[in-house]
Design a protein around this ligand. Structure first.
Ligand code: NOJ
Length: 556
């Protein structure tokens, strides 16, 4: 595997709307981000992915872009963005933007022009079809519920395709003119000094055409879009072209949001010379999900979590680098999801951090993860902003759940869990804003906040700093970054353990993923306890007794 400048780094995702509000309007902004760069440096972050800050009606919180060349005034100005790039550079940090090009906003001028003249140039930027005898062109269900077809404004006989929300019309990648527009835009941003992009929902750019129906899975007569994606071939031609025309020329870093890739695609996607630098490992986040909806999902157990991590590690081997996440803006808080209810403590949070950050691959920390932010307890659907949660609540009700049951499901899975404001301190609104936050802060901010953790050497935050420092420690970096990942004791219940092995050193990462103590006998001599989430380690020769949720990194 070819070595790259970004392999040794630590990446961090900012959800700008909820990170830091500098002007009291209740919405986080670029100046807020600039003011926190030193903090991120202190945490050990090198690469920062900003969720979308382009002009947008925010129907899907910025993943519906109405102008790719401008910053939404709610987030700041282009001068602020340029300042952020310059300030990041001074600190040897790299900024990524979110590249959302499967779709734009229905308020983008391309779509407005397409509505004015569906047969003209811009009509061909989208998928616009006639209703045939009043029937939709096909029965795919959009990711946010309902059919993927919506009447084209001003043309009752026509409809347009949107695999996400109706305010997110899909761009027609089959049209070379559209692709040119996109490449020009990408290069324009890279010329400004961006390090690269996180690439949104990219597998969807290739549709299986011509449009046709798939077997319906509910009484709405619609079929999950994954059935279409399974049949779609040729996405690689678009992705390879995009790489060659844009990223490759700048040695840009790209992290693909790729679901539903085909078996054997990994080398093409993220092997040497692949379409992207890396892609996220969603093997844990997707565990137990059902096409039927959140209400039908199975809860992940510690053993499942371990098995899914190892499955990905085996799949990637030495092909390339996956990006490892515990959570992102589309997921509930990882500590509330991967740690059994009632067992979420600073110690178990540190265990989860150790297990994830020590895996082979690039760690991506999501804002607030480093202080152990938890799920919010949403009790009423009126507290929810997220369109996916609103849809899933209806899906649960239609499936026969009571409103209370449906609310429980929504609360556990809601994307809004990750979108509550960052908890900076125990002052009003967690120090996020002097105004009224766009989404209410989690009331636990008085207990969980950065300020108190910064002053506490045993905090989750200080532990994350130790993990990022270990990745950069010259003594261990080669092993932590490039060492092979070899699972150990896979048949042990509630134990997650793996070696990281390079020609120089062997590290053994062990986590006791339960409240009861657990004993393991290690085959090698223990040379050094490199990291421990508790003050002591009970040891009798090679036999270690790990306390509940104890996690250690050992040099053996
Ligand atoms: C994935 C993004 O992460 C998510 O937030 C968004 O809703 C969809 N793609 C559509 O852009």
């Amino acid at each position: 595997m070819e070595r790259k400048w970004w392999h040794k780094k630590v990446a961090y995702q900012i959800y700008p709307k909820s990170f830091c509000d500098s002007n009291g309007d209740g919405i986080g902004d670029l100046r807020g981000i600039i003011s926190k760069l030193d903090y991120l440096k202190e945490l050990g972050v090198d690469i920062i992915w900003l969720s979308p800050i382009y002009c947008s009606p925010l129907a899907d919180q910025g993943y519906d872009i109405s102008d790719y060349y401008n910053i939404d005034p709610r987030f700041g100005t282009m001068e602020d963005m340029e300042e952020l790039l310059a300030e990041a550079k001074k600190r040897d940090m790299h900024i990524l933007m979110d590249l959302v090009v499967n779709h734009c906003s229905d308020e983008h001028e391309w779509f407005k022009k397409a509505c004015e003249d569906p047969d003209g140039k811009y009509g061909k930027y989208f998928y616009i079809k006639d209703y045939k005898d009043g029937k939709l062109p096909c029965n795919w269900r959009s990711y946010f519920g309902g059919p993927v077809w919506e009447p084209l404004p001003g043309h009752p006989d026509k409809c347009y395709l949107h695999v996400f929300h109706k305010k997110q019309p899909d761009l027609n990648w089959e049209n070379p003119e559209l692709r040119e527009e996109i490449y020009t835009m990408i290069n324009w941003w890279l010329d400004k000094g961006l390090a690269g992009f996180r690439i949104d929902a990219i597998i969807n750019i290739k549709k299986a055409l011509p449009f046709k129906d798939y077997p319906a899975d509910r009484d709405d007569g619609l079929a999950p879009i994954q059935l279409m994606l399974k049949e779609a071939t040729g996405v690689g031609e678009f992705l390879g072209e995009m790489r060659d025309r844009t990223f490759a020329k700048y040695d840009a870093f790209t992290a693909g949001e790729v679901f539903d890739e085909k078996p054997g695609d990994l080398p093409l996607f993220i092997g040497d010379g692949g379409y992207f630098s890396t892609m996220f490992d969603f093997n844990e986040t997707t565990f137990g999900k059902s096409d039927l909806g959140w209400y039908a999902a199975t809860r992940i157990t510690p053993d499942d979590y371990r098995n899914r991590c190892f499955e990905s590690q085996r799949k990637i081997g030495d092909i390339g680098f996956l990006s490892n996440i515990i959570e992102n803006h589309d997921e509930p808080r990882g500590v509330s999801f991967y740690i059994p209810d009632g067992e979420v403590t600073p110690t178990s949070k540190k265990l989860l951090a150790t297990m994830n950050v020590m895996l082979r691959g690039l760690p991506f920390i999501y804002q607030g993860q480093e202080i152990g932010m938890e799920n919010m307890e949403f009790t009423s659907i009126d507290q929810i902003d997220d369109i996916a949660t609103l849809d899933e609540y209806e899906v649960s009700i239609k499936a026969g759940l009571t409103p209370e049951e449906a609310m429980k499901v929504a609360s556990l899975h809601s994307r809004d869990n990750a979108r509550t404001p960052f908890q900076w301190n125990d002052k009003a609104h967690a120090g996020f804003t002097t105004g009224t936050p766009w989404l209410t802060e989690n009331p636990n901010y008085t207990r969980i906040n950065l300020e108190s953790q910064r002053n506490d050497p045993d905090s989750v935050y200080q532990y994350y700093r130790k993990l990022t420092a270990l990745r950069k420690n010259p003594e261990y970096a080669e092993t932590v970054v490039y060492g092979e990942c070899i699972p150990a004791w896979e048949d042990r219940h509630n134990l997650m353990a793996y070696y990281r092995k390079s020609s120089e050193k062997t590290l053994l990462v062990i986590g006791n993923y339960q409240t009861e103590p657990q004993t393991v006998t290690i085959p090698q001599e223990l040379k050094k306890v490199v990291l421990n989430n508790l003050p002591t380690l009970v040891r009798d020769g090679k036999t270690l007794t790990l306390a509940g949720y104890q996690a250690v990194v050992l040099e053996v």
